[in-house]
Write a protein of this length. Structure first.
Lengths: 216, 216
DNA sequence: CTTTTTTGTTAGATAAATCTAACAAATTAA
DNA sequence: TTAATTTGTTAGATTTATCTAACAAAAAAG
């Protein structure tokens, strides 16, 4: 597989977890590549049996395509964990580096990282690390802005790894594992007031809350 | 710079240290790419001011090309050192991995590696690590098969990093830093008998001895 | 239920890096 | 010092991944 193909698969995989139907336009936007290019690439990937393509229909990965994507995501997340745990990086610095190292072709390299980290199950952003075959554990996370007033949740993961978002999470004083209780949802802009571990309270915009994943 | 251009520069740099004149054919052989392709690529690199090209003349890097090559070689050697020192790899396993990671575009990443290793000056094969600008310390190494009978040398570096060669060095029981005394040079095949640290003796083929670099 | 907008497709062009075939210069050998 | 061999060059084709322009289908709006 080429680097380009890997990036298409990964993008389709991620889009599928955000919305059930992935369109050619979604993929074009997410990769910042024009639609006709994407159109011909998806035909190529379909010919390789990695995704299902029918004219004017939403895209979907085949089992094989999903596993291939899973393998790349595994490498990405192992690297992120290694960068944080063994190399002293912050969680908001590792995405761009992992985005490149995930394409390295060397099983010994990733196996060694996995061992040095003691076979981690989650990356620094709380996302599950797929198994070596690319199978990914299904997680039952809730977006914080789908939570109910008065209920307490555990901050378990983030939906995106963009460094500007992660830095803002840091600014709010939030860390994975914190207990977040929804105090109030402000009607004007749907921002959410939470208490953090029963101590401080913070106001989180809808955009921020929508990327905070919690469990009960 | 593209990955391809980086590989051309690196190859020319390495060939220049082996022989004073680098031909288009040398480069084509070393990269395993056909001559006409190399011919057009060197014109392109010349247009970018990275090398000097005149029809039918040997190739040579410009100062700028040499520094660009040095920067890539720096990344390669830092990675090799990191893989050995921090990740538990053997010296014969790291070349292929470093060959890929050297193209990662992230100064923080390589700076961090450099710090974690305490600014190493040499890689696991005894090759000098260029400075951050790509300047490489000149080393005065002698090939073991240019040494004199009866003299003692220190095994300081290897000329190639091919894993089959490094494994054979291991088989001979040789390690960087060992004292090698040339006992005899066999006239039939020019193989060299050395004593290692005044203890065991080993017979090294001309091909092996030609890639063992020593200092006095 | 037409019209407009959005989304998707086809056709054909372009740039990068490669190739083969043909030829030309330089070097080596006879 | 001519002939043969090696090395280098030119021309043109190919593949991959991208693009723009033009058109077509589907979905949304009026």
């Amino acid at each position: 597989m080429t680097l380009t193909e890997e990036n298409y698969l990964k993008a389709i995989f991620h889009l599928s977890t955000e919305k059930q139907d992935v369109s050619v336009l979604d993929l074009a936007n997410s990769l910042e590549i024009k639609m006709p290019t994407v159109n011909s690439m998806v035909k190529k990937l379909a010919a390789k049996g990695l995704l299902i393509y029918e004219k004017y229909r939403p895209l979907s990965l085949t089992e094989s395509g999903r596993l291939e994507a899973g393998v790349i995501i595994r490498k990405h997340r192992l690297v992120e964990m290694f960068l944080v745990e063994k190399m002293g990086f912050q969680w908001d610095e590792v995405h761009e580096i992992a985005e490149q190292i995930e394409h390295i072709d060397s099983s010994v390299f990733f196996d060694r990282i996995n061992e040095l980290l003691n076979h981690p199950k989650f990356d620094p952003h709380g996302s599950p690390i797929p198994d070596p075959e690319g199978r990914i554990a299904s997680t039952e996370y809730l977006k914080l802005n789908d939570g109910q007033i008065g209920k307490e949740y555990i901050f378990t993961s983030v939906a995106i790894s963009q460094s500007s978002f992660l830095k803002q999470i840091n600014k709010h004083g939030l860390r994975l594992g914190d207990k977040l209780k929804i105090i109030e949802i402000l009607s004007f802009d749907k921002s959410i007031v939470v208490s953090i571990n029963g101590q401080s309270t913070e106001n989180l915009s809808g955009m921020v809350a929508g990327n905070i994943l919690v469990s009960e």
